[in-house]
Ligand binder design. Structure first.
Ligand code: DAH
Length: 336
């Protein structure tokens, strides 16, 4: 009898393994688990077993029945699951969700375009530190010791003679220190000034510096390059002019103006009724600057220029308040 029980278990196990659908499984159930099935039959057989063997046989039979039921249930669950149509975890008929695609910040766009134009004219791009010493920011650039820009009022100092650069011009010095002429580079980056924020000025803003040094560089090359730039950047139909100016690190110095984008030169609130807007400062590199970096001013000449990127963005897009660039209002930024 015990042998019979073991054999039934073996058969049940084998047949269960060969069961691949619910119909086969139902037949298996009838064959083994139904009242009149094989296991039921074994329970019947108990009646004729020797009374002494009954407890042992009863235990083995109960174990067999449990084993068969458990494995039958598990198989049934598996087969039912496999039969169910795969559920799609989302509703294909729902309308799509719109993604808000960001855009490059207008200041970065302007910066990239300025770079692109100067790179196409043979300039390289250089960088320098935003934390500078008095030497690079002022002294090497020929600022007199009592120049007002050196005042706490205008410059953000970090420690004695250590400051946040007030312009990108110190990068000129660093580039010339590490490189012999010819030098043809632009130097974009952050600049900082201790100023009240207003429609026209920020504490942190960007500038791009330009420098060209070689034998025999002339002021007319300065004009030619900057006019070529302005026509590419602002459009070929703009009018421009160069106005004498003063910077400690250039001599002579000039500022470049273009016709006002708003009034076209007639005079309005934006251009303070002059018809012109200043776009950059420039000049021929001062001999004192060459001496500071060890270039011989008898042998080399050069020109330099600098412009504010945010200011350039205002002129390019016709915006009249510089602060709006950094308010991060998506309705504004989306337009670029
Ligand atoms: N560094 C000047 C400024 O912050 C801009 C400038 C003017 C740069 C003339 C130059 C230059 O290289 O030649 O206003």
């Amino acid at each position: 009898m015990l042998e019979n029980i073991n054999q039934t278990k073996q058969e049940f196990t084998n047949e269960l393994q060969n069961t691949h659908d619910l119909q086969q499984l139902e037949q298996l159930r009838i064959k083994f688990l139904a009242r009149s099935g094989r296991i039921g039959g074994l329970f019947e057989g108990m009646k004729t077993a020797a009374p002494a063997d009954r407890p042992m046989l009863g235990k083995a039979l109960n174990e067999l029945r449990q084993y068969a039921q458990l494995h039958y249930d598990a198989k049934k669950a598996d087969l039912e699951q496999a039969q169910k149509p795969k559920e799609i975890p989302f509703d294909l008929t729902l309308p799509g969700r719109m993604k808000n695609v960001g855009t490059k910040h207008p200041v970065i766009q302007v910066m990239e375009e300025i770079k692109r134009i100067f790179i196409s004219m043979g300039f390289s791009v250089e960088n320098g530190p935003e934390i500078e010493s008095d030497y690079y920011n002022f002294e090497a650039l020929n600022f007199a010791p009592d120049h007002p820009a050196r005042d706490m009022q205008d410059t953000i100092f970090i420690a004695d003679k250590i400051l946040l650069r007030t312009h990108t011009s110190p990068v000129q010095i660093r580039v010339m220190e590490k490189q012999k002429p010819p030098v043809r580079a632009i130097m974009p980056g952050w600049s900082y000034r201790n100023e009240a924020v207003s429609a026209r000025s920020l504490v942190a803003f960007h500038q791009v510096e330009g420098l060209y040094v070689d034998k025999g560089v002339t002021f007319s090359e300065l004009k030619g390059t900057l006019v070529a730039f302005a026509k590419q950047f602002y459009g070929s139909s703009i009018k421009y002019r160069f106005r004498p100016s003063y910077f400690p690190f250039t001599e002579p110095s000039a500022e470049m103006d273009i016709t006002c984008y708003l009034c076209g030169g007639k005079g309005c609130r934006i251009c303070k009724y002059s018809g012109w807007l200043e776009v950059l400062g420039s000049g021929m590199v001062h001999p004192h600057v060459f001496k500071a970096v060890g270039y011989d001013p008898e042998n080399y000449t050069g020109y330099a220029f600098g412009m504010g990127i945010e200011r350039t963005a205002l002129l390019r897009y016709g915006i009249d308040d510089i602060r709006i660039l950094y308010e991060n209002d998506v309705r504004f930024l989306k337009q670029f």
